[in-house]
Structures are given as structure tokens and as C-alpha cells.
Design a protein around this ligand. Structure first.
Ligand code: IPM
Ligand code: MG
Length: 356
């Protein structure tokens, strides 16, 4: 198993280092893993003047799976869009055809008090957002700037989905629902957008293939509201790229901290890129404060989805539960007023839990 490791920027290298410690334990147990590291995002720009250097893309292409930290930082904010760190991650998603983004939001009972919502609203929460990742307004053409008839500059983007793109992500949603509680909620804005009207038609048309799945539809504004009103009504949510970006950040707060949420971005053959859903947090970079658990849990997802080693994934997840039960907390999940342990201490505790 060959893993391309792309630490990226900000806290990326720190959290990835902790996940690599976990990998090291697994390797010691005989799991055959090779890793190779390459720069992406701002680190790509610094070394090769490109957010996605060709050598990094080539490494990712030949790897079986990719582990990514995070990209971005204020020092790159003034760069033209094509050179910004975000283009590294968007470029790799597109080039590798990683259209299916799985973002689970699972509340560890130990963290019920870290949620900004009342414990009874979030207790037992376990939902999965299936976000389309290579289409929509993120990639639709045309886009850019132009001067309108009145001489004023306009910026514009194109929201665009083909039937084929909608059908393949909807299928991922239906299949995921089949493996869970068989409830699928498709989120769109079909009361306003043509893209969404097509989305709803295609998803509805596929429901006959999955008679056991209870399919519902919801407008995205309502979904945003329902997520904080009664999040347990959801099992699997399937949605487009932009809506999924926003709803998954919102969902992360339900479970205590964005520092807890892993993700998988899969192609049609389940090759995948695994990353925490949080960003590069430049404000705390280098301070050993970041929570490495989302990255470690992303590694667990890698073993489950790409390497088909649910046993290994389960052990890593159990190790994370164990350290939470032991009371270890980084600052983001610590009770208010408490300092929280360092990134390294958290990683070391997971390693220890895995070994015992
Ligand atoms: C995410 C991030 C990315 C996105 C950025 C970094 C391009 O917010 O993975 O959710 O918008 O998809
Ligand atoms: Mg996002």
C-alpha cells in the first residue's frame, strides 16, 4: 500500500506527523505501507511556484491513497486565484476524479458537552454528508470577470451539473444509506435554481432502484436550519459541492469541534484522498495546539474505504475513543478555561492506546 503524504500548510505538517506515528505502529505490526511526502498548497508554491507541482500530482496518481493535511495561509492571500493554495486541493480532486466526498459527523459521547447545542439534541448523533466534489459552481465554466455594458466590472461563476454527475453521486448516497439506516435526504435549491431542478429529477428517478431507502428532499436553507434544530432526523445527506461545503462545516459544530471530523474523497474505484475537513488554522500553526484526531480518523477511513481493512480502521477508531475516555483534550475540545494537551501528547496517547 503506497500512500502519498501531502502535509500542506499551517497546522497541516503537525497533524500529519501524528497520523504518521499511528501508521508507524501499524507498519510495526506487519501492515505493508510505504509513504512518500510531497508539497502542496502554499508549500507547493514556496518550493515550485505552483500550488500543485507536477511531481506532487504524479506521486498522488501513482499512490494507492493520499493523506492530506490542510492548505492555505495569509501570506498567500494576495496571489492570483490560479496560484492560491486552495487550487492545489481543488486541482488534485479534479485531476484524480475524486467526485465522492464522504463527511461523517459522529458525536463521541465523551464530547457531548463540547457541542454548542444542548446535549439532548446531539446525543447519539451519527450522520453522513455525501458531498459531490468535482462539479458545481466550483468548476463550472464560464467564470471570471468582465466589464458590463455600463462599464462596471462584474465577477461571475457558473453553477453546472450534468445528469451523469448527479447520478453518480446520488448512487454513492443511496449505497451509503443502504449500509446505514436507509434514510437519504437530498439537499438542493430546486425552488430557485435550474441546476437543482435537474438534480432533484435525477435523484428522484433513481429511487426506484433503491425501494428500501426512504428518500426525502430538502431545500438547502431549510437543511441548514434543521441541522441545528433537530440534527438526528438525518442519516445520509447527499448534496452538491457548494452546499456540501457549507453544511459540512455546520455539521462539524454539532459534534463538538471541526478538529474531530475526517473525510474521504473517492473516485469510481474507491481510490481516495483522506483529509481532515478543517483548514490550516494559521493562527495556531507551530504552537502544538492543533487537534490531530481528525487526521488520525482520516487514516482510519483510508483503511476502511481504500484498503478494505475495516479491522485496522476499527482499531484506530477505538484507540481514539479510548483517549477521549481517558479525558485527553486538545484546546478545541477542552472544557472552557482548561488548557488542553499538545498535538504531540494527543498523538502519543493514540499510539499508546493502539498498542495496548
Ligand atoms: C473543504 C475546503 C475546500 C473547499 C477549500 C480549501 C478549497 O473548504 O474541503 O471543505 O471549499 O472544498
Ligand atoms: Mg469547506
Amino acid at each position: 500500500m503506497k500512500i502519498a503524504v501531502l502535509p500542506g500548510d499551517g497546522i497541516g505538517p503537525e497533524i500529519v506527523a501524528e497520523a504518521l506515528k499511528v501508521l508507524e505502529v501499524l507498519r510495526g505490526e506487519g501492515v505493508a505501507i510505504e509513504t512518500e511526502t510531497a508539497p502542496i498548497g502554499g508549500a507547493g508554491y514556496d518550493t515550485a511556484r505552483q500550488p500543485l507541482p507536477p511531481a506532487t500530482l504524479a506521486l498522488a496518481q501513482k499512490a494507492d491513497a493520499i493523506l492530506l493535511g490542510a492548505v492555505g495561509g495569509p501570506q498567500y492571500d494576495a496571489l492570483p486565484r490560479a496560484l492560491r493554495p486552495e487550487q492545489g486541493i481543488l486541482g488534485i480532486r479534479k485531476a484524480l476524479g475524486l467526485f465522492a466526498n464522504l463527511r461523517p459527523a459522529f458525536l463521541y459521547p465523551e464530547l457531548a458537552d463540547s457541542s454548542s447545542l444542548k446535549p439532548e439534541i446531539v446525543a447519539g448523533l451519527d450522520l453522513l454528508i455525501v458531498r459531490e466534489l468535482t462539479g458545481d459552481i466550483y468548476f463550472g465554466q464560464p467564470r471570471g470577470r468582465r466589464v458590463n455594458a455600463g462599464g462596471e466590472t462584474e465577477g461571475f461563476d457558473t453553477m453546472l451539473y450534468s445528469e451523469r454527475e448527479i447520478a453518480r453521486i446520488a448512487r454513492v448516497g443511496f449505497e451509503a444509506a443502504m449500509k446505514r439506516s436507509r434514510r437519504l435526504c437530498s439537499v438542493d435549491k430546486a425552488n430557485v435554481l435550474d441546476t437543482s431542478i435537474l438534480w432533484r429529477e435525477v435523484v428522484t428517478g433513481m429511487a426506484a432502484d433503491y425501494p428500501e431507502v426512504a428518500l426525502t428532499h430538502m431545500y438547502v436553507d431549510n437543511a441548514a436550519m434543521q441541522l441545528v434544530r433537530n440534527p438526528k432526523q438525518f442519516d445520509v445527506i447527499v448534496t452538491g459541492n457548494l452546499f456540501g461545503d457549507i453544511l459540512s462545516d455546520e455539521a462539524s459544530m454539532l459534534v463538538g469541534s471541526i478538529g474531530m471530523l475526517p473525510s474521504a474523497s473517492l473516485d469510481a474505484a474507491n481510490k481516495g484522498l483522506y483529509e481532515p475537513i478543517h483548514g490550516s488554522a494559521p493562527d495556531i500553526a507551530g504552537q502544538r495546539k492543533a487537534n490531530p484526531l481528525a487526521t488520525i480518523l482520516s487514516l482510519a477511513m483510508m483503511f476502511r474505504h481504500t484498503f478494505e481493512r475495516a479491522d485496522v480502521a476499527g482499531r484506530v477508531e477505538q484507540a481514539v475513543r479510548k483517549v477521549l475516555r481517558q479525558g485527553l483534550r486538545t484546546g478545541d475540545i477542552a472544557a472552557s478555561g482548561q488548557a488542553g494537551v499538545s498535538t504531540n501528547a494527543m498523538g502519543d496517547a493514540v499510539v499508546a492506546a493502539l498498542q495496548h
